[in-house]
Structure formats: structure tokens, C-alpha cells
Ligand binder design. Structure first.
Ligand SMILES: C[C@@](CO)(OP(=O)(O)O)[C@H](O)COP(=O)(O)OP(=O)(O)OC[C@H]1O[C@@H](n2ccc(N)nc2=O)[C@H](O)[C@@H]1O
Ligand SMILES: Nc1ncnc2c1ncn2[C@@H]1O[C@H](COP(=O)(O)OP(=O)(O)O)[C@@H](O)[C@H]1O
Length: 288
């Protein structure tokens, strides 16, 4: 039995440059992993089958599960005759903008690379991951990175300065495809990606806070006013910077002062059941 941790990501910036002929959007986004993680166990079996057991009722336990697709791709590509039983203990909220499914898939790629002794490099594993979903490449590496293309081109960046991250998800689920579809490319207020890169380079917390930005935020907020409400509450309770992650609806806030964390956490808990206080992991995951 082999274990892999599958951490969630947040988007410090998310910019959309244009729509591509293949229907996807050309993006430029800075992502970082946080210490809220699904737990993934892989057990080799002799029957050649891929099976999934999952703790969360609403997550598919068949080939619709991205973790299943990850195992299937490796099995086919490398002619593996063994099977695998995948057990997913979901801690990351589902359809939240935190890449839970992508991170599970990435964890299965890393784990099966070890379990089946495939000797695939991290970059190649990330390339294989990109065929499953746009966020999977980043999740294979973890850490902090600038992602371009449709999200699959990764350039590693320095870990963000140390602080707390409060995550809060309203009890709605958001479809990523829906949000991209509703984005009006003619009225985008682009975030300053280079300012964020330089904030990370110099470890400047205040500059990191003032450089967050996500062009999908206004789209999701228009469709789901609960996100506006949550963002305003987190700002009012005293977070230093507040932003929606990915296509949402999870909102995160940076907090430097420890004494403020419990105040914000408890304040939000009063009306939102899905609240977490976590740290950014910063460094890349170990692929050995
Ligand atoms: C918005 C982001 C930001 O990190 O994350 P989430 O909110 O999903 O976590 C990503 O761009 C999402 O990545 P991911 O969830 O892997 O997307 P995919 O499965 O590849 O695509 C889902 C759908 O989103 C749209 N899509 C996705 C990526 C992209 N660059 N352009 C797009 O237009 C497409 O309509 C696609 O059919
Ligand atoms: N391993 C998985 N964990 C969660 N959701 C999954 C998984 N595999 C497939 N899905 C499907 O993907 C959808 C989006 O899930 P998720 O990855 O959690 O969200 P997001 O893309 O917003 O980060 C879910 O509604 C679910 O049906």
C-alpha cells in the first residue's frame, strides 16, 4: 500500500489573455499549494482492474473520476498488466476552485510512477497530466508556479512569504466551463502578474497582498452573490487581502497576525460551514 498527499491550490493571480481556436482560454496565472489535502492510497492488485473507493458521496467512483483517468493513462501507455485499488479520502471541498480532482489525479500519477517503477520524469508526468485537465500539470509538481498556455506550461517560482490563509467556501458548486463561458473578453481588468512575481522574488508580503487579482472573480460574483457577501465579510473581519480562487466559489484571505486568525475563522464559521485556516506549502512536492 502506497500513500500520497494531494494538496489543494489557490490562484494568487489569474489572467485570461484570449480565447483559443480549441475553445480553451490562454491564461497566465500564479498558483501555490496549501496545506489542505486529500489523502490517496494505492494498492496493487492482480486482477488488472482500476477501482476507486471515495469518501465523498458526490464524487464519482468510476472513470469520470480524474484519479481513475490518471491510472488508466499510465496503465495503457506503459502496458502495465497489474491493477490498482485507489482510495480517496476527500478533505478538499469539491467543485470549489481548489483543484481537488486535479490534485488527486496528480497524486495517482506520482504514486503509480513509484508503485509500478515506471521511472517517468516529473516534467513528463506533468505532460501526461495535462491530457487529463488543465490544472493537473501544476498539481504534479506542486509548490508555487506561473502557469501559462491553457494552464499546463509551468515555470517554478519562489515560495510566498509566510502567512496564514483562511479558505471559505459558500455551499454552492460552480462549473469551471460555465464561468469561462460567461467571461466577457472585452471588459477584463487584468491583474499585474509581473508585480506578483516580483513580490514573490523579494518576499514582500504587502506587495503580494496588493498584487492579487483574478479575472474570473467578477464573473462568478455576478452569477453567485454569496461570493460577494463572503468576500466582504472576510475583508470586514480583517484579512489583509481577499480573493476568489480559480473559478470559485472558494474565497481565500491572507492573514499575517496570528491573533487575527481565530477572530476571522470564528466570525466566518458563524454562517459558513466550510472554513479552513491553513498555511501555504510553498515548496515543490518530492517526486522520489
Ligand atoms: C479556473 C482554473 C484556474 O486554476 O481552476 P479551477 O477553478 O477549475 O480550480 C483552471 O483554469 C481550470 O482548470 P481545470 O479545472 O483543470 O480545467 P479543465 O478540466 O481542463 O477544463 C474545464 C473547462 O474549463 C474551460 N477552460 C479551462 C481551462 C482553460 N485554460 N480555458 C478554458 O476555457 C473549458 O471550457 C473546459 O472545458
Ligand atoms: N477525484 C475527484 N475529486 C473531486 N471531484 C472530482 C474528482 N474526479 C472528478 N471529479 C469531478 O470534477 C468536478 C470538479 O471538481 P474539483 O476538481 O473538486 O473542482 P475544481 O475544478 O473547481 O477545482 C466535480 O464536480 C466532480 O464531479
Amino acid at each position: 500500500m502506497l500513500y500520497e498527499k494531494a494538496p489543494a491550490k489557490i490562484n494568487l493571480t489569474l489572467d485570461v489573455l484570449h480565447k483559443r481556436p480549441d475553445g480553451f482560454h490562454e491564461v497566465e496565472m500564479i498558483m501555490t499549494t496549501v496545506d489542505l489535502a486529500d489523502r490517496v492510497w494505492l494498492r496493487q492488485t492482480d486482477d488488472g482492474r482500476i477501482t476507486i473507493k471515495v469518501s465523498e458521496r458526490f464524487v464519482p467512483n468510476d472513470r469520470k473520476n480524474l484519479a481513475y483517468q490518471a491510472a488508466e493513462i499510465l496503465k495503457k501507455r506503459y502496458g502495465v498488466v497489474k491493477g490498482v485499488e485507489i482510495t480517496l479520502d476527500k478533505k478538499i471541498p469539491v467543485a470549489a476552485g481548489l483543484a481537488g480532482g486535479s490534485s488527486d489525479a496528480a497524486a495517482v500519477l506520482r504514486g503509480l510512477n513509484r508503485l509500478w517503477n515506471l521511472g517517468i520524469s516529473a516534467d513528463e508526468l506533468a505532460q501526461i497530466g495535462s491530457t487529463i485537465g488543465s490544472d493537473v500539470s501544476f498539481c504534479v509538481h506542486g509548490g508555487t508556479a506561473l502557469a501559462t498556455g491553457r494552464g499546463e506550461k509551468i515555470e517554478h517560482l519562489k515560495a510566498p512569504p509566510n502567512c496564514w490563509v483562511i479558505l471559505a467556501k459558500p455551499s454552492i458548486s460552480v462549473s469551471t466551463a460555465d464561468i469561462y463561458r460567461n467571461l466577457d473578453l472585452n471588459s477584463i481588468a487584468h491583474p499585474d502578474t509581473s508585480a506578483m512575481i516580483s513580490a514573490l522574488k523579494s518576499g514582500d508580503y504587502d506587495k503580494m497582498c496588493s498584487s492579487v487579482g483574478n479575472v474570473l472573480e467578477s464573473v462568478t460574483m455576478r452569477l453567485y452573490p454569496q461570493v460577494v457577501d463572503l468576500k466582504e465579510k472576510m475583508e470586514k473581519f480583517g484579512a489583509d487581502a481577499v480573493l476568489m480562487s480559480g473559478s470559485g466559489p472558494t474565497v481565500f484571505g491572507f492573514v499575517k497576525n496570528e491573533y487575527r486568525v481565530s477572530r476571522i475563522y470564528n466570525g466566518l464559521k458563524g454562517f459558513c460551514s466550510d472554513v479552513h485556516a491553513v498555511r501555504m506549502l510553498g515548496e515543490r512536492l518530492n517526486l522520489d
